[in-house]
Design a protein around this ligand. Structure first.
Ligand code: C2G
Length: 137
């Protein structure tokens, strides 16, 4: 069984996230997602709309996702690869070439999937604000 591992905040879920998870799952048989804890999000300089438990629950409901684990720190990835027997770490292309992931080639395959253009959690949040403003709410 080929195990794939990916990481992310996965806040306001959108088609870019689903597209990534779908293609990551297609690269193996079992997909593990390391989802950033609220504390790690703060380290990443991100504040998510949904808390960790909610984001975890939503990810676990996605048919492409087989297991969700917490991502607490940048350096846990080699340990995760060993602990879960991951054959490949897959990330969106915005991470392509990043040393944090290139360093993992020592432990397993690393593969970057093209990022889905034109959508992001940040964009959705700002567009929702604009809709509220227009509606006068
Ligand atoms: N993604 C994508 N297309 C988008 C938006 C995101 O393919 N339009 C991918 C990202 O490349 C990433 C995954 O979806 O692989 C999750 O994205 P985020 O939730 O923004 O996660 P990020 O902040 O990149 O955290 O240790 C790694 C970090 O936890 C990654």
């Amino acid at each position: 069984m080929r195990k794939t591992l990916t990481y992310g905040t996965y806040d306001v879920l959108h088609r870019g996230h689903i597209n990534l998870l779908k293609r990551a799952k297609e690269r193996g048989d079992y997909l593990i997602v390391g989802i950033s804890t609220d504390e790690f999000n703060a380290i990443k300089g991100k504040k998510s709309y949904y808390d960790y438990e909610t984001r975890k629950e939503m990810l676990e409901a996605i048919k492409y996702v087989d297991e969700v684990i917490p991502e607490c720190e940048w350096d846990q990835k080699p340990g995760d690869i060993a602990k879960y027997g991951a054959d490949e770490v897959v990330m969106g292309s915005d991470w392509a070439g990043n040393e944090k992931f290139e360093a993992l080639r020592e432990y397993c395959d690393v593969y970057y999937l093209p990022r889905t253009e034109g959508i992001s959690s940040t964009q959705i949040k700002s567009e929702l604000h604009l809709m509220d403003d227009k509606a006068g709410v």
